[in-house]
Design a protein around this ligand. Structure first.
Ligand SMILES: NCc1[nH]cc(CCC(=O)O)c1CC(=O)O
Length: 308
């Protein structure tokens, strides 16, 4: 009998990254019972990786570079990412192959005392570093005092409990994957706070010439998820935006139709524009790009400067 095929899976070591990698490996294992999967953690430390990848891949994608480097160097066969962290520019030789079914796409408004956003006291302190969350929350509650926050989910929740903030915002997907419970009424509707491009989705990346790994990985792809996120990312690439200015797009595919709701804004003034389209799935990529162009024009006409 021939030896079992073995696939080396690259993950970041953070609790969320590792947990969602293990959950994705379980899907892969069920779909490929004869394959053995070995998970390898690649930390962000190490000058060799950092120096090389910074010049090779530019300055975005801080959470994916080490893993992509491991793929290119043949130290791993597949890499598992939060799609939200994967920039639209894609390095040569690699391919995003599969996107398992998306988790909850919504953001959670996590307050220290369980109050909803409507119930918060005047001038409450909200911890978020995301321009996307900031402009939308400022719209819902113009009296919000924003304060920068960093760190992983546990760190952020601890800072909330310590009283540094009255509320914070986290993606429901991360909370769910870590098994952290929260009040259902703290979930923000998609039209209250449009999620980030790719939010709630996992991307599995391979070397583009590694047909064997690609065949194994493709089995866990979820078609409707893939169509939706490819449309969101086409929109993002056309806008040419990262996470420095307020940008959001969320697509839902159902049967042959796709709806997309998107915002582009200006962090200086908290102004933003919202657009919604419904198109046939067959033209979703094209129409998403058109929407991006059209929104850029609207911003120009209204004097909204989103390139900062
Ligand atoms: N920017 C960090 C990040 N990247 C992916 C997730 C988890 C949720 C997801 O997979 O979309 C988070 C945390 C958060 O925004 O709360």
């Amino acid at each position: 009998m021939s030896a079992k095929k073995k696939i080396r899976v690259a993950t970041r070591p953070s609790l969320l990254a590792y947990t969602q990698t293990m959950q994705t490996v379980e899907l892969l294992q069920n779909a490929n019972p004869d394959v053995e999967f070995e998970v390898i953690k690649f930390s962000t430390q190490g000058d060799r990786v950092l120096n090389r990848s910074l010049t090779e891949f530019g300055t975005t994608g801080l959470f994916v570079k080490e893993l992509e480097h491991a793929l290119l160097e043949g130290e791993a066969d597949i890499a598992i990412h939060s799609l939200k962290d994967v920039p639209s520019f894609h390095p040569a030789g690699l391919k995003l192959v599969a996107f398992p079914e998306r988790e909850d796409v919504r953001d959670v408004f996590l307050s220290r005392d369980g109050s909803t956003i409507e119930q918060m006291p005047e001038g409450f302190i909200l911890g978020t570093g995301s321009p996307r969350r900031r402009v939308q929350l400022a719209d819902l509650r113009p009296d919000t005092n924003f304060k920068e926050i960093r760190g992983n989910i546990d760190t952020r929740m601890q800072k909330l409990m310590d009283g540094e903030y009255d509320a914070i915002i986290l993606a429901a997907a991360g909370m769910n994957r870590l098994g952290k419970e929260f009040q259902e009424n703290l979930l923000l509707d998609v039209d209250q706070c449009i999620p980030a491009i790719g939010q709630g989705a996992i991307a599995i990346e391979c070397r583009d010439n590694d047909t064997e790994s690609i065949a194994i990985v493709e089995k866990v792809n979820h078609e409707a998820t893939m169509q939706a996120i490819l449309a969101e990312r086409a929109f993002m690439a056309e806008i040419e935006g990262g996470c420095k200015f307020p940008l959001a797009a969320h697509a839902v595919v159902s049967d042959d139709s796709m709806t997309m709701i998107a915002i582009v804004g200006d962090l200086k003034t908290n102004q933003f524009i919202v657009e919604q389209v419904e198109v046939a799935v067959s033209e979703s990529i094209e129409k998403s790009k058109e929407l991006a162009q059209q929104m850029k024009e609207t911003c120009k006409a209204k004097g909204i400067n989103f390139y900062l």
